[in-house]
Design a binder for this molecule. Structure first.
Ligand code: HEC
Length: 114
């Protein structure tokens, strides 16, 4: 019986340890993960576009500044499939994604010369 209890205790500690490790190394979802979950289907895995416009470009229909991007993502674009993400994502997550799109402008679009 004593052995059994000790065994259980050890297992419990092990589970606790791994649980803690995982939660420490996954502090929320990164902008990249959020993009992959919420935006890829229309804007492409590398923002190259697909069902919707590319997100790597210089001529934005609704503005390419951080503020404009936050606005577009938050409010969506009426009469298009671009839904409003306010309420789906937090303000912080939307800002993170907008910043991530801005940062990604330096990447090269596959098949295109930089
Ligand atoms: C269901 C499809 C769909 C999804 C999912 C989607 N979008 Fe869009 N998005 C569109 C469409 C449609 C447009 C309008 C432009 C066009 O016709 O391609 C658009 C436009 C935009 C624009 C404006 C582009 C410009 O030129 O000004 C931004 C920025 C944008 N989307 C970001 C995002 C982000 C970030 C996500 C994920 C959080 C996302 N979209 C998810 C369909 C989608």
């Amino acid at each position: 019986m004593k052995n059994y209890l000790q065994d259980m205790k050890r297992r419990y500690l092990l589970i606790l340890f791994f649980g803690l490790t995982i939660s420490l190394y996954a502090p929320g979802q990164s902008a990249n993960q959020l993009y992959l979950i919420y935006c890829t289907t229309c804007h492409g895995q590398n923002m190259e576009g697909g069902r919707a416009t590319t997100l790597i470009k210089t001529k934005w229909q609704h503005g390419g500044s951080l503020d404009s991007l936050i606005k577009t993502i938050s409010n969506g674009i009426p009469n298009t499939q671009m839904a409003k993400f306010e309420g789906v994502l937090t303000a912080k997550q939307i800002e993170d994604i907008a910043a991530y799109i801005r940062k990604s402008q330096k990447k090269t679009v596959p098949g295109k010369k930089p």
